[in-house]
Design a protein around this ligand. Structure first.
Ligand SMILES: Cc1cc2nc3c(=O)[nH]c(=O)nc-3n(C[C@H](O)[C@H](O)[C@H](O)COP(=O)(O)OP(=O)(O)OC[C@H]3O[C@@H](n4cnc5c(N)ncnc54)[C@H](O)[C@@H]3O)c2cc1C
Length: 326
């Protein structure tokens, strides 16, 4: 279903790869503080870096990411490779001048699962992700090797007011939306009046990130709507947890209008695979043609029969749907 010709999606030319990981610059930690909504089993920080005097200063646009090169060597004795982290700030940074940038690192910790014949079947040691733990442990004043900017496709359109926005996040996928929302609502030219919806998915209420900021923005701007989808807390009356795509489907009375509008852009950031539920849901309600194309193999099939591999193989996003999943 489509209610008219869509507004063309024009993206700005952004600067990329000014600083290569092979010749990184030094950023200095300004702040490193928890950004969760209470006591949680996960551990996520809001980390800011002063990049003044480097080619990174003043160059970022929300939606881009930057590289962090952790110190030390990997198991093969080689220097650790660069890891990417989404920018969480608007184009004017955390300081107003674009010289302090931020991101949202989550400690990666897990249990080793033997998978190959060479693995010891009794080995279930715990491992710590290299760079995420390095970032989470940093103190103000610490020096960090940085590269970037990275990415030119996942960004706001050049003409903000020509579009409405549906931002869908899980976990640290919220980082770019913090920057984009600040850009849209707190810019020097005044708040953009477009309809803006953010749906934040997390396992527990305590895992919501930047929750206070989004509540405050929603209270201050009647065109900004903040929704949370909590997947592991029962909702009563026999209903299970709420996932991002399930929330959209349950509230299609209001989201259906937004999704059918030719002005709307969808942005998806977070867990790899979160777009699969979204595309399946859009197709079941005949709302997919604006945001994705179906392969020939899927063209005449019933979306109710699609499974995740079929969606992965056969559905491609259009210019009106931006994906950043990892
Ligand atoms: C564009 C982009 C933006 C991103 N933005 C963010 C962001 O804003 N915030 C964020 O937190 N992350 C973000 N990431 C992910 C980030 O780049 C890293 O992948 C993440 O932080 C993990 O890195 P690490 O060095 O801690 O883990 P690594 O040490 O690189 O481990 C990564 C994987 O290796 C495996 N592994 C590691 N050690 C072991 C072991 N001993 N035994 C078995 N398996 C093991 C695990 O499967 C693990 O998932 C982003 C990624 C991309 C591509």
């Amino acid at each position: 279903m489509n209610t008219g010709a869509s507004n063309p999606v024009v993206l700005e030319d952004v600067q990329i790869k000014l600083v290569k990981p092979s010749a990184p610059v030094i950023g200095r930690v300004v702040l490193n503080e928890l950004c969760m909504n209470g006591k949680s089993a996960s551990y996520v920080k809001h980390t800011t870096f002063d990049v003044s005097g480097t080619p990174l200063a003043g160059t970022f646009r929300p939606g881009q990411s930057f590289g962090v090169i952790p110190p030390g060597k990997d198991d093969n004795g080689k220097p650790h490779k660069v890891r990417l982290y989404s920018l969480a700030s608007p184009s004017w940074g955390e300081d107003g001048g674009g010289t302090v940038i931020s991101t949202t690192p989550k400690r990666l910790m897990g249990e080793f699962f033997p998978q190959t014949a060479r693995d010891d079947p009794s080995d279930h040691h715990l491992f710590r992700g290299v760079c995420s733990n390095y970032l989470c442990d940093l103190k103000p004043g610490d020096e960090v090797l940085l590269s970037g900017p990275n990415g030119k496709r996942f960004q706001l359109p050049a003409d903000y007011v020509a579009h409405d926005y549906l931002f869908l996040a899980t976990g640290t996928g919220i980082a770019p939306f913090r920057g984009m929302l600040m850009e849209l609502l707190q810019g020097p030219g005044g708040a953009c009046g477009s309809e803006i919806h953010l749906v934040m998915g997390s396992p527990y209420t305590t895992d919501l990130l930047y929750h206070d900021l989004f509540e405050r923005l929603a209270a201050e701007h009647s065109n900004f709507h903040y929704h949370t989808a909590i997947s592991r807390e029962p909702r009563g009356m026999g209903r299970g947890g709420l996932y991002v795509d399930v929330l959209l489907e349950e509230r299609l009375d209001s989201f259906g209008v937004l999704l059918a509008s030719p002005r709307t852009l969808i942005y998806v950031c977070g867990l790899a695979g979160m777009q699969l539920g979204l595309f399946g849901m859009l197709a079941r309600h005949d709302l997919d043609s604006n945001y994705c194309t179906r392969s020939v193999a899927l063209a005449d099939t019933d979306p109710a029969d699609w499974d995740a591999p079929a969606i992965k193989r056969g559905i491609k996003p259009t210019a009106r749907c931006m994906l950043e999943v990892y």
